[in-house]
Design a protein around this ligand. Structure first.
Ligand SMILES: Cc1ncc(COP(=O)(O)O)c(C=O)c1O
Length: 382
């Protein structure tokens, strides 16, 4: 086997910040550091950078600048969307699924009145399941799944949600930088994004809120962001997010072609080299960067250690709590058994991933699976 390399195949977890984005942010830490709400020229400089970022982001999302609320990331955006639309005494539930990120599913569960929509073997909800419900305040459905990469056709769900008098919110975190974010075409009423998933900085995101949606603040304080999100703006990060989103849009064609090619090499390499492996998520309607599998007889947390030792960074859906991994909720909801769900492995390619990286990673994975299976069968010890 080739010598140890350094191959990052975990771009769904986070992406490196584009150096062009870092460069554009720097002056806002040191030179243009004023508080955007201050009346003096230091404040005005920061405020104009924020408003310009808002306009440029609105252009990409095809919405009004006033419909963008800057947040600290998608966990906050999702919380604001769910908690901010629920009215005291309103018993119309939130409809969502068990394949959502915990920032949606746990928030919904905490709110109490939740209708859980079923998902199919690809982790996708059905329109019929929404139409049979009589009323809901909000339907929250992710655009693309972080563990299995399946994409929801949001336009159809928007119609179904509106038919039962609900708003449609979408956690579009994984779609950012890979799928169209035109909120008019998608028909969403709210949409969450996080910059660190599309080569922007960590700790900044946004919630798009269509004009007319009744939303109340969750975090109270100053009157920032039309009174919907109190707290001093993080000017450098907002400026960085705007550029990262613009770059993702202008370079979209070449980026998607690159990601899709690497993803397909990875999927076909894994499926042809390793016996008893299944692709999880939709075979076609999936994120360009995303490959995910269940691998019979090879628990993913053990595999991850083997991969890491050989320089390959990947991830699993199962949370490892005190050395005792719990099966992925997403795979369980899709109908996999607990034993299968413990073998869920995610490999996500990025803009710097090469064909050689894929060949190496497939090779390392094939050897790791063989080893883990042998250890499990008692044929070999580590
Ligand atoms: C689908 C999805 N939603 C929400 C989040 C949370 O985003 P943030 O890190 O910005 O809070 C993530 C992060 O992994 C995600 O994948």
């Amino acid at each position: 086997m080739s010598p140890v390399r350094n191959i990052y195949l975990d771009h769904s977890a986070t992406t490196p910040t584009d150096p062009r984005v870092v460069e554009v942010m720097l002056p806002y830490f040191t030179q243009h550091f004023g508080n955007p709400v201050s009346v003096h020229h230091f404040g005005q400089k920061a405020e104009s950078a924020i408003e310009s970022a808002r306009e440029r982001i609105a252009h990409v999302l095809n919405c009004l600048p006033s419909e963008i609320i800057f947040t600290s990331g998608a966990s906050e955006s999702n919380n604001l969307a769910l908690r901010g639309t629920l009215r005291p005494g309103d018993h119309r539930p939130v409809l969502t699924t068990h394949v959502e990120h915990p920032a949606v599913s746990r928030t919904a569960a905490e709110l109490g009145d939740v209708g859980w929509l079923l998902v199919n073997e690809w982790g996708r909800a059905s329109l019929v399941d929404i139409r049979v419900r009589t009323a809901a305040r909000l339907v929250s459905l992710m655009y693309a799944n972080n563990e299995v990469g399946s994409i929801h056709d949001l336009a159809g769900f928007s119609e179904a949600a509106h038919e039962i008098g609900a708003y449609l919110h979408s956690d579009a975190v994984q779609a950012g930088g890979q799928l169209s974010l035109d909120v008019q075409a998608l028909g969403v009423d709210m949409l969450s994004l996080s910059a660190h998933k599309f080569y922007g900085p960590k700790g900044v995101g946004l919630l798009y809120v269509r004009e007319g949606v009744e939303l109340h603040a969750v975090q109270t304080g100053g009157s920032h962001e039309r009174g919907l999100r109190a707290g001093t703006h993080n000017t450098p990060l907002i400026v960085g997010m705007a550029l990262a989103l613009e770059l993702a849009t202008t370079e979209s064609e070449s980026r998607i072609a690159h990601l899709t090619a690497r993803r397909d090499e990875l999927i076909s390499g894994v499926l042809s080299r390793i016996p008893d492996v299944r692709l999880t998520g939709h075979p076609i309607e999936r994120l360009p960067s995303h490959a995910s599998f269940v691998i019979d007889g090879a628990e993913s947390n053990t595999l991850l250690m083997h991969l890491d030792m050989q320089g390959v960074a990947a991830s699993s859906g199962s949370a490892c709590k005190t050395g005792n991994p719990e099966p992925s909720d997403v795979l369980l909801a899709m109908g996999y058994t607990a034993a299968e769900a413990l073998t869920g492995l995610r490999l996500t390619v990025g803009l710097s991933t090469t064909q050689d990286d894929i060949d190496y990673a497939v090779d390392v994975l094939a050897h790791a699976v063989e080893k883990v299976r042998k250890v499990r069968q008692g044929v070999m010890t580590i």
